[in-house]
Design a protein around this ligand. Structure first.
Ligand code: FO1
Length: 319
């Protein structure tokens, strides 16, 4: 299969579909745009979880149990940190630490995140193009329990327990899309844009909040397809369903499709939600049913292939 594809991704679910796509397509055909709203400074280090999850997943180095961090990890640094009274709630492994130390040093020396990421990917043997959504800082912040919480404080330290009343993306309004991103979206050879089954509010919205990206998605010659992260009212992973309820939304694939509606040319929902397809289609949104649970590499490849086939059908329908 040859298809030029761009994927918007955040977190573990996004990285799984990105791996499926990477296994189907040639390196040069796939661009993955990673959420940077989870990025933060911790212990003097710049941590970029979604970029690293993608980089480790695509290069075969990810810890497949947690879905983040490196496989075969050691925790001596964290043990010693705790011994000295340091913050050990965010688990930085010994191997993973090398990424954060070197990235932080290079950022401090003035190199842009996109260039550092491209260099790390090349050295780890990842041929796909992995782009941070922006080289500028964007910080997802959660308003919960009357407090304004930094994303990792909310997500990891407080285990996503506080009820969310609002979410903002600090810095997004002044951030520029990463170099080359808008040009890729405008490229007439781009054939598919896939919004991965990541959390729309925590992973995808910080990308869409960067001026120019939403419009470029709308104007792109390629069809935009989203894969629902909600199956039968539950999140594939993480607190998506909980957050939807807290924001006053029904936790359903329909609500996800409505959230992205102004961007979408097609929507993939799980076969378990097949009964919801009719209403969406009646509203003018082409829908495809699939098995969206990605446990094995075959699952990831199959779902990726369905996204690309669906995009091809939508392109053919436009001609
Ligand atoms: N997620 C956790 O739930 N607990 C952790 O201690 C943790 C550490 C961590 C270290 C490096 C890294 O790249 C990711 C890490 N994550 C951790 C995942 C991170 O919180 C991600 O932002 C989420 O998975 C959401 O995408």
């Amino acid at each position: 299969m040859t298809t030029r594809c761009l994927m918007l991704s955040g977190g573990v679910g996004g990285a799984k579909l990105a791996l499926g796509c990477a296994r189907l397509l040639g390196d040069k055909e796939l661009t993955i745009v990673a959420n940077v709203g989870d990025d933060f400074w911790h212990l003097g280090l710049r941590i970029c979880p979604d970029l690293d999850t993608l980089m480790y997943t695509l290069s075969g180095r990810v810890n497949t149990d947690s879905g983040w961090g490196r496989a075969d990890e050691g925790w001596r640094f964290l043990e010693c940190l705790a011994e000295l009274g340091g913050p050990d709630w965010f688990r930085l492994g010994d191997r993973d630490l090398a990424t954060h130390v070197l990235r932080s040093q290079r950022l401090r020396a003035g190199e842009p995140l996109s260039r550092i990421t491209a260099d790390f990917c090349r050295r780890l043997g990842t041929g796909q193009r992995l782009l941070p959504a922006s080289d500028d800082p964007v910080a997802t912040r959660v308003h919960g329990n009357g407090e304004l919480l930094d994303f990792q404080d909310y997500f990891v330290r407080l285990r996503a327990k506080p009820a969310v009343s609002a979410i903002d993306y600090a810095g997004a309004e002044n951030a520029q899309p990463a170099p080359g991103l808008l040009a890729t979206l405008a490229d007439r050879q781009l054939e598919a844009i896939v919004i991965a089954p990541s959390n729309p509010w925590l992973s995808i919205a910080p990308i869409l909040a960067i001026p120019g990206i939403r419009q470029a998605l709308r104007d792109s010659p390629a069809p935009v397809i989203a894969v629902s992260p909600i199956v039968a009212g539950r999140a594939l992973k993480g607190p998506t369903a909980k957050i939807m309820a807290e924001l006053g939304l029904e936790a359903s694939a329909t609500a996800i499709a409505r959230y992205y509606r102004d961007l979408l040319d097609g929507f993939i929902l799980d076969a378990a939600d097949g009964s919801l397809a009719g209403e969406l289609q009646a509203g003018g949104l082409p829908v495809r049913e699939s098995n969206t649970i990605m446990n094995t590499l075959d699952d990831k490849r199959r779902l990726a292939a369905e996204c690309l086939e669906f995009a091809a059908e939508l392109r053919a329908g436009r001609r």
